[in-house]
Design a protein around this ligand. Structure first.
Ligand code: PMP
Length: 555
């Protein structure tokens, strides 16, 4: 096996040439989407500048070229996952669309009142909600297989659950939160014994494992190309030909027909029967470059490098005593989910972000899993082939320094507790304070410090009516009016949000309705660097708080 050259592999990704502030970008959100190699970007330019034309339809040369590149990409996928027939590869927009296609088409084909569809507790919402919609529509029943203590699909429970009523079992090869490989072959073989259709959501597996759909023997295998160094907006639905031939189309339109007439329409052959309308031609063509790129770098060597990185990262994270994995034992692919004791997930994630490290915090589109664990969410660190051991070390150092940051002191000369300040100048003082500190990581520290010093709200005020909609974490706002002057009080379970609340209240507390409505909050946030640096979800949370204050003062 050829040795994996990480420096060379990483050098193909232009995004790493830039910095986050003064720091190198450490991208650990690969389970959400991976970065793209230059070959993929170049392929887009090649396609649009040399042979942009619609596929399959015209008799001109450009269309012939475009169709050939488009079909060449299908050939590469056919080989990459070892499907028996080329026409078993169907292009979709992504895993989500693939599940929707299956739920609708199989729904017409074989789901009736009282039939059962089985998924697991750890599924991504994309592999839950389409089945719920179908079950509701058909009065079918959605059943849920729990997980073993290690976070795997519990095969023993499936053995008990599966019956003559079961029509479909749909489950992830690898959960996007747990990172462990489910016993696919055993599940599929059990399904076959009971003549049940098996669907494997391969969205997280495809970037880290060599997938052979014939060896797995599943009826369907689904994935999105953006999670394996390819473009967004392209997905693959592999299905066994015999089943696909029996299934009715999902979308109707051009391309998927043989003949259209008001007296009756006939459908095209596979795979086109399921590819209505103009597909994402450029994305599909560019995906061929992602596959060629992977093959040219030796997929085997890449995956074995990832295995080493996974072991290393797991061991290092284990050494942080306050860190609790949501499931014990190492994940099989580099997806690590955990919480830090006594810390809010968003506080940890924003601290890491301020140090140039991109991770995810929240429910990861797996709310039922979080609920079963009694968690609001967790932090997810997900790695890819371009990540390095040094980056893992940087993560560990930063997590350790986060624990120490509890003893923060202010960087500015005059540390303030804005909520207690009634002066109109409170916001000016914050602007002044922030102007003396450079760099987002230092400003972020300051906001965290404000969050730490922010007075907590009495739990009696944390009512449903005081809850602020739009925040990813919970926040509450209450107020009173004295002589026409508004006094707001606010709280949140996340320290970073409390810091932001301090900043917002400094702008509005002790003011009249007219002063509140006249205050230029956008300019204020811009001065503090919030507009440029806050993540979209945090910025939306901030907007929701300000809007609630406006609504109150207009009452
Ligand atoms: N299933 C799993 C396991 C996933 O991780 C994801 C993406 N996070 C999806 C389905 C949905 O994929 P997409 O958004 O690309 O359709």
């Amino acid at each position: 096996m050829s040795r994996f050259n990480i420096e060379k592999f990483r050098s193909h990704f232009p995004i790493f040439d830039q910095k986050s502030g003064s720091k190198e970008i450490v991208y650990f959100d690969n389970a959400a989407t991976t970065q793209k190699p230059k070959a993929v970007l170049d392929k887009y330019a090649e396609y649009y500048s040399q042979y942009n034309a619609n596929v399959h339809r015209a008799s001109h040369q450009l269309s012939a070229k475009s169709t050939s590149a488009f079909e060449q990409s299908r050939q590469l996928v056919h080989k990459y996952i070892n499907s028996k027939h080329l026409e078993e590869i169907i292009w979709t927009k992504g895993t989500t669309e693939s599940v929707n296609l299956l739920s609708q088409s199989l729904g017409h084909l074989c789901i009736n009142v009282g039939d059962e569809i089985i998924v697991s507790q750890s599924e991504h919402h994309a592999n839950i909600v389409p089945w719920q919609i179908l079950a509701e529509h058909k009065q079918a029943i959605l059943r849920v297989v729990p997980l073993t203590d290690e976070g795997l699909f519990d095969l023993d429970v499936l053995k008990e659950m599966i019956s003559s009523k079961t029509k479909v079992v749909s489950f992830a090869h690898v959960s996007n939160v747990i990172g462990k490989i489910n016993p696919v072959k055993d599940i599929v073989s059990l399904c076959k014994q009971h003549k049940v259709i098996s669907i494997v959501d391969g969205a997280q597996a495809i970037a880290h494992l060599q997938v052979d759909v014939q060896a797995l023997d599943c009826d369907f295998y689904l994935f999105s190309t953006h999670k394996m160094y390819g473009p967004t907006g392209v997905g693959v639905l592999y299905g066994k030909k015999e089943l696909l031939n029996k299934m009715p189309p999902y979308h109707g339109g051009g391309e998927m027909i043989k003949k259209v007439s008001f007296s009756g329409t006939t459908y095209n052959a596979l795979p086109f029967k399921f590819e209505a309308g103009t597909p994402n031609i450029s994305g599909i063509v560019a995906f061929s470059s992602a596959l060629s790129f992977l093959e040219s770098n030796s997929v085997k060597a890449l995956f074995s490098y990832e295995e080493e990185l996974t072991k290393y990262c797991y061991q290092k994270l284990l050494e942080i005593s306050s860190l609790k994995f949501i499931y014990p034992t190492s994940p099989h692919v580099p997806v690590f989910s955990f919480v830090i004791e006594s810390q809010h997930n968003h506080d940890v994630a924003t601290y890491l972000d301020a140090h140039g490290i991109a991770v995810r915090s929240g429910h990861h589109c797996a709310m039922p899993l979080m609920e079963s664990l009694g968690l609001d969410g967790c932090i997810r660190v997900s790695l890819a082939g371009y990540n390095t051991f040094d980056e893992v070390d940087h993560l560990i150092d930063t997590l350790n320094s986060f624990s120490n940051s509890e003893s923060y002191t202010s960087f500015s000369d005059a540390s303030i507790a804005p909520q207690s300040m009634k002066s109109e100048k409170a916001s000016d003082r914050i602007i002044h304070q922030f102007s003396t500190i450079k760099g987002w990581d230092t400003r972020h520290r300051e906001i965290m410090l404000m969050g730490k010093n922010h007075p907590r709200m009495d739990s009696a005020f944390k009512s449903e009516s005081n809850l602020i909609q739009g925040c990813e974490s919970s926040a509450w706002l209450s107020y009173k009016v004295d002589n026409g002057l508004y006094q707001f009080q606010a709280d949140s379970d996340a320290k970073i949000i409390r810091g932001l609340l301090s900043i917002v209240l400094a702008a509005f507390n002790g003011k009249t309705k007219d002063q509140i409505l006249a205050f230029d909050v956008e300019y204020y946030f811009e001065c503090l660097g919030l507009t440029q640096h806050l993540s979209p979800s945090r910025a939306n949370g901030l907007k929701a708080i300000v809007e609630k204050i406006y609504a109150i003062s207009k009452e």
